[in-house]
Write a protein that binds this ligand. Sequence first.
Ligand SMILES: CCC1=C(C)/C(=C/C2=NC(=C\c3[nH]c(/C=C4\NC(=O)[C@H](C)[C@H]4CC)c(C)c3CCC(=O)O)/C(CCC(=O)O)=C2C)NC1=O
Length: 186
Amino acid sequence: MLDAFSRAVVSADASTKCIGGEDLASLRNFISEGNRRLDAVNAIASNASCMVSDAIAGMICENQGLIQAGGNCYPNRRMAACLRDGEIILRYVTYALLAGDASVLEDRCLNGLKETYTALGVPATSTVRAVQIMKAQAAAHIKDQPSEEFAGARLRKMGSPVVEDRCASLVAEASSYFDRVIAALS
Ligand SMILES: CCC1=C(C)/C(=C/C2=NC(=C\c3[nH]c(/C=C4\NC(=O)[C@H](C)[C@H]4CC)c(C)c3CCC(=O)O)/C(CCC(=O)O)=C2C)NC1=O
């Protein structure tokens, strides 16, 4: 597992260079914007169970065969496995966002997941749909702009200090980790 710092070391070592220039500038930025990153991780982690249940519910609403006999969220044992998988995926995305590197997500969560799903008959397209919903939710929570339309009475704001760009680069980074999950299952 790598993070932004160890990744810089590994890539410098691979080309037998000292660490300098651009690498240091990017790490300096990683440090100076570190509190935003922690707030972004917290925004996802502290809304995780609501995000997962909402994403799985949305996936099922759009494809109700999943909870009928023969569907992969039927019976309750499979529904529970699906909710658990949603939590696992979201948890590894937050680890990657904290580390500033996707390797923890790739190595410990996505590696072999598609093959496991194929073997078990878990529909990857439905999982992808749930992940897409979590990607949209995470962007809203990092920006601290969850929509009333979707959240209804459960609307919850983090109250993080608002910066002008609403942490656009962290939204993009988190989105890229969700995209890796989608790519790994597609
Ligand atoms: C650390 C990383 C890690 C991951 C990611 C992981 C996933 C994982 N999900 C599994 C099952 C499962 N996963 C699902 C998931 C779903 N079913 C649906 O219809 C939806 C599309 C979807 C939820 C979004 C289901 C239903 C099962 C049980 C399948 C079965 O036993 O028939 C299994 C088989 C063993 C078990 O049931 O516990 C694994 C290994 N395990 C891990 O250790």
